[in-house]
Design a protein around this ligand. Structure first.
Ligand SMILES: [Zn+2]
Length: 212
């Protein structure tokens, strides 16, 4: 059984997720903890549940989704998993820190590439990967069929979609990712997004103004 804990971090109100199961192994998806209190909130949760983080993963590498990577990688000695075509976005993070007045980032360099053919394992659990580009050039989503949820990053939000005006964004590609990947999942599938509250595939099919 996978348990999902969400946190909302940094000035961009980004959602960071910790997934763990009965073995106490955990993965951290889109570590956005930036301020000291946010780093403590994340670590305190891990301590309180006696978790053992085993992987650090990105749905995509926009600045708000990578701000906590170095902290988590160092503290828990984690490798970072991302899609290889997100590397450019990842290395561009420095430009964005300058633009937003954020101090320069040190980013983890121990990286393992994952794509639609990969499986993310932790404890007794696994997630499959959907290729869902369009918001960022190589955004990926993590799907668990047994419990029927998807961690979708900034692809799809409750009644909205990811922005496509950043480098690597493409509106038509994003709509296609949603319709041909996310919307092929069962209607009851819970969608955990990179910003805002969760939703379901069925709710978005009928209520999302961008997808009618
Ligand atoms: Zn993004």
């Amino acid at each position: 059984m996978i348990y999902i804990q969400s946190f909302t971090f940094n000035d961009f109100q980004e959602n960071t997720y910790i997934l763990f199961d009965e073995t106490k192994e955990a993965i951290i998806i889109d570590a956005g903890c930036f301020y000291e209190n946010e780093k403590h909130e994340l670590s305190d949760f891990i301590v309180s549940k006696k978790l053992k983080p085993v992987k650090l993963i990105n749905t995509h590498c926009h600045i708000d989704h990578v701000l906590g990577n170095e902290y988590c990688a160092k503290k828990y000695d984690l490798k970072l998993y991302l899609h290889k075509d997100e590397l450019k976005t990842y290395s561009d993070a420095e430009k964005w820190t300058a633009m937003f007045g954020i101090p320069p980032l040190t980013q983890p360099q121990i990286i393992e590439f994952i794509d639609e053919n990969s499986i993310v394992n932790f404890g007794n659990s696994e997630l499959s990967i959907l290729s869902t580009p369009g918001h960022s050039v190589a955004s990926i989503s993590f799907y668990n069929k047994a419990q029927n949820f998807v961690i979708a990053g900034d692809v799809l939000f409750r009644q909205s979609i990811g922005r496509t005006d950043l480098p690597g964004g493409n509106f038509d590609v994003l709509i296609s990712s949603i319709k041909n990947k996310i919307f092929t999942l069962p209607d009851e599938t819970i969608v955990y997004s990179g910003h805002g509250i969760e939703t379901t595939v069925g709710y978005e099919k009928t209520h999302n103004p961008f997808l009618q």
